[in-house]
Design a protein around this ligand. Structure first.
Ligand code: 5GP
Length: 141
């Protein structure tokens, strides 16, 4: 999608597509996911239309960071969940389907619904870890 073309989430933010809205401020919009892992599954979206997190401005990132815990607390209070996941996908191979940054808040409910475990993991090789930590920490701007 080109940056000029409004994403489905921009159209939701603009009120062109209906949603179950939970929260809005100057930079952030939150609404229920239409196809939830569990009841209360919420999407927290910057109003800035950036496709992936690495391209999001500091201002929008800070605004999202400020409200994620607050919205999570409300979801936990209402659903009765204690446990929850924050999921944030970037790129098709990483399961992103809407190319407008969004954070999923997914409560883990007593009925077992929520994000499924296990994820596929592989133990970190110590040499690879040391090398990666050095190069990535040096690349952080
Ligand atoms: P992704 O796979 O990109 O991380 O997640 C995109 C999410 O957006 C999915 O969980 C999907 O259910 C949700 N979604 C896609 N289109 C709409 C829509 O029109 N309305 C709402 N509320 N959620 C949507």
């Amino acid at each position: 999608m080109s940056d000029a073309e409004p994403s489905i989430f921009t159209r939701i933010i603009n009120g062109e597509i209906p949603c179950y809205k939970l929260y809005e401020d100057e930079h952030v919009f939150a609404f229920l996911d239409i196809n939830p892992f569990s009841l209360g599954h919420t999407l927290v979206v910057p109003k800035e239309q950036a496709a992936t997190l690495d391209t999001l401005s500091d201002e929008s990132s800070a605004a999202i960071g400020r409200v994620l815990p607050r919205i999570s607390r409300a979801i936990l209070a209402v659903t009765g969940a204690v446990d929850f996941n924050i999921l944030q996908n970037n790129g098709e191979a990483a399961f992103q389907s809407v190319f407008h940054v969004h954070f999923h808040i997914i409560p883990k409910l007593e009925d077992g619904s929520g994000l499924a475990w296990p994820f596929a993991t592989k133990q970190l090789d110590p040499e690879v870890g040391a090398q990666l930590a050095e190069t990535i920490s040096a690349a952080i701007e």
